[in-house]
Ligand binder design. Structure first.
Ligand SMILES: [Cu+2]
Length: 288
């Protein structure tokens, strides 16, 4: 009885946690427990590599635990098994158990290295965006245009996060994963991000895009992605470098739109930079 209750409790907790995974996208069932497939060719390749490594691990586990369990059952002392004290060294066995793991590792390293080269190819972008992390938000400057936006936690999430606000966070849509100004990008075009920071180390992470790159003061890190033309939508992420007390309050929201809608959006926002954008460093220090 007790065991059944414990099982139910664990099941409920695990499923409850999975259901609440903040960045779980439209996945359902078992997919919620897995990493997202994403909407870029890089994210799909990362997912495929992850699944390949998973199944290799499952295969190894089945063989290793299979032999262990079989030995425990059929070669136990109570069945009359006696330890082999004569076998102290076997060159053949040592060669096999060294060569097999090496071959498995090489087999996994080759596609992993290929994919690393592919996802780090930042050449020939069609859109360049300079991303600057600050405590606590992100500034996006569209290179070659006057468009510059500051993206901070949405008012609804901010209000609910205040102590004694009386607002239940679960009642707020996309709590801590919504912003006041979303970064807009076109689908089907290669977007290159030039990522840096003005204070401490942050990290720009949007799982559905397959992008996670540190924002380091004094350095410019590059990352790029191309969202599949048939996947316009909203993609959410977070800062993933512990960056201070407001670390949990600097989400990222990417709105992917058609190239025509993107051009229209650019035109609409091509006025002089807002006052907030102009005084970013001071605002960054005082904002929460
Ligand atoms: Cu941060």
């Amino acid at each position: 009885m007790k065991r059944a209750r414990l099982g139910r409790l664990l099941g409920t907790s695990v499923l409850g946690l999975a259901g609440r995974l903040p960045l779980a996208s439209a996945a359902s069932g078992w997919d919620e427990l897995n990493m997202p497939r994403g909407v870029t060719s890089a994210s799909k390749s990362i997912y495929a590599l992850h699944m390949m490594a998973l199944w290799v691990c499952v295969g190894i586990a089945v063989v290793v635990f299979g032999v262990m369990i079989w030995s425990l059952i059929f070669h136990r002392k109570s069945r009359g098994a006696v330890p082999d004290v004569t076998l102290t060294h076997s060159t053949k066995v040592e060669v096999v158990w060294t060569a097999v793991p090496v071959l498995i590792l090489i087999g996994m390293a080759i596609p992993a290295a290929r994919l690393l080269l592919k996802i780090n190819n930042n050449t020939d972008p069609q859109v360049n965006i300079r991303v600057t992390g600050f405590q606590w938000g992100w500034r996006y400057q569209y290179v070659g245009t006057p468009v510059s936006i500051i993206s901070k936690l949405s008012a609804s999430s901010n209000d609910a996060s205040q102590m004694h606000s009386g607002i239940r966070p679960t009642a707020v849509p996309h709590y801590l994963l919504s912003v006041d100004h979303q970064v807009v990008v076109p689908v089907g075009e290669k977007v290159r991000l030039l990522i840096t920071s003005i204070d401490v180390i942050h990290s720009w992470w949007v799982p559905d895009l397959g992008v996670k790159r540190d924002a380091i003061p004094g350095y410019i890190n590059e990352a790029s992605f191309t969202i599949a033309p048939n996947r316009p939508g909203i993609y959410r992420g977070q800062c993933t470098e512990l960056c201070g007390r407001g670390h949990a309050y600097m989400p990222i929201v990417v709105r992917a739109v058609t190239p025509a809608a993107y051009q229209a959006w650019l035109k609409q926002h091509s006025g002089p930079p807002s006052e907030a954008a102009a005084r970013l460093p001071a605002a960054a220090v005082t904002s929460t």
